[in-house]
Design a protein around this ligand. Structure first.
Ligand SMILES: [Cu+2]
Length: 126
């Protein structure tokens, strides 16, 4: 009974604070959840990243997000990179520019305060 109550509470919380867009990326035991309050658009997008290692927030890391699209017929390769600002508790904020619709490859670069480097890969369709 208690377990069911907790699950219901979690569902309510995720609906109440649900993001319009969310995507996760991971490598080894490091996971980043990228989200946006608004649906992604062509142009600048405000992103929130939650970065964890073994489910513990990674604090004071250097976090960068790169979006890129390989060259296509009649279109050169495109790339945009932004550095995220730490908000505490493993939360980082940044603004990512996506210059056109299509599929973007997303790499999240995390350098921990101990100097360990991770590259987390995902993609998004715009
Ligand atoms: Cu393109």
């Amino acid at each position: 009974m208690k377990f069911k109550f907790i699950l219901t509470g979690m569902l309510f919380a995720s609906l109440a604070f649900g993001a319009a867009w969310e995507q996760s990326a991971s490598v080894q035991n490091v996971k980043a959840v990228l989200s946006s309050d608004k649906a992604l658009i062509v142009g600048d997008n405000a992103l929130v990243l939650t970065v964890k290692q073994q489910n513990m927030p990674i604090e004071n890391a250097v976090v960068e997000v790169k979006a890129f699209m390989p060259a296509m017929p009649g279109m050169p390769a495109m790339e945009s990179k932004s550095k995220a600002v730490a908000q505490g508790h493993g939360v980082y904020k940044t603004s990512l520019n996506l210059d056109m619709g299509g599929t973007w490859q997303i790499h999240v670069f995390v350098t921990t305060k101990e100097g360990k480097k991770y590259r987390l890969k995902t993609s998004l369709s715009l």
